[in-house]
Design a protein around this ligand. Sequence first.
Ligand SMILES: Cc1cc2nc3c(=O)[nH]c(=O)nc-3n(C[C@H](O)[C@H](O)[C@H](O)COP(=O)(O)O)c2cc1C
Ligand code: SF4
Length: 425
Amino acid sequence: MEKVLTLHHDTPELWKLDNYRSKGGYDGLEKALKEMEPDQIIGMVRDAGLRGRGGAGFPSGVKWGFLPKDDRPRYLICNADESEPGTFKDRVLLEQDPHHIIEGIVITCFAVKASLAFVYMRGEFFLGAQRMQAAIDEAYEAGYLGKNILGTGLDVDILVHRGAGAYICGEETGLIESLEGKRAYPRIKPPFPANIGAFGMPTVVNNAETLANVPHIILKGQEWFNSIGPERNRGTRMFCVSGKVQKPGVYELPLGVPLRDIIFDYAGGLHEGRTLKAVIPGGGSARILTADEAMQVDSDFDSLQRAGSMGGSGGIMVLDDTVCIVQSTYIIAEFFHDESCGQCSPCREGTGWVEKILHRVEYGEGRPGDIDLMLRMGENIFGRTICPLGDASVWPTESAINKFRDEFEYHIREKSCLPGTESIL
Ligand SMILES: Cc1cc2nc3c(=O)[nH]c(=O)nc-3n(C[C@H](O)[C@H](O)[C@H](O)COP(=O)(O)O)c2cc1C
Ligand code: SF4
């Protein structure tokens, strides 16, 4: 299968405009602006079936169609905050291929009638920020940005906004608050950003990888996109494979490729002598899968959802038989407690309590009843918070307990990790 988004990533200095152009870069923009109408583009992306790569997998063309038909200014935000544990593909795009994202942004601005776009970027992405700003400068110089783009009368500006390293700034309404100069407290929805978003105006928020797909759909058409991946799960995904594999990295593959192939063929399989214990298939928020479940499931959004987990951000974390499940669950719980913005009591307090209990279980001070106590706490967080971080904090612990309860019980009983598992802390 030919790659789409990363096809030219071996090209030296692809981040420079001339090199991007030499690989057909900005041809999609030219076609969109000179041969298509905005509604036609929205219809094409909707019929292609492009689903968001940021986490929820929401259909992009449908999202764009939610914008009100009024003449208020509207904005596009490219979400490049990329803070989900186990996820590092937007970083690759930003560093290797920033014009690709810019091209997707300008076409999308044309489609949704926005003349200002923001790239909200994770603060730690120093190289990505430099490369993106340099690419924006080149694009202005060459007439792909600014006033009267390619002589078509379209005006689009892009501003890069760098975050300061908070996970919650990736949640679209937290991001918008942060962009407005405030603390990134997620907003209650509705109203949705499509109606009242940044600076009170209609706003589309899309992930960087989602936007990078747009020029290809314009150039090659919806039928071509529909030929990749299973129904309702079209296109490729930049899967980020990490953990106990021989070749961790980003692998662009059609959605739906079996998880087994991603881990054992593309990522080189496990280290010698090891066996697979579990897989977290969609970033740190996703429910954990046992080895058996992981070996039977495909990598697309719907298959992973049917298996009780989710495709999320495309971060596949592989755990072998040396990994202590209690410890890995504790690490994730610590992350969520750290990153809770503190607005809602169930999330602010609950994530802290769960972290505390997991800590004592892991370090030999667990008490009888702790396992059920954590499950009950999860029930009291789930569905009772403003943003999905609350729910996301519950899934890893709840699924690890349901699938590896013996290991939690062993810790409480024996006051140590299972023999053969090692501490990484
Ligand atoms: C806690 C939290 C963190 C998130 N972090 C990111 C992120 O870093 N990048 C991202 O694209 N989406 C992130 N999302 C999802 C966004 O809210 C939003 O759904 C997404 O940017 C929409 O783009 P898409 O439709 O192209 O996927 C996060 C969601 C939550 C709840
Ligand atoms: S769920 Fe957590 S992160 Fe989200 S708004 Fe509430 S306290 Fe903040």
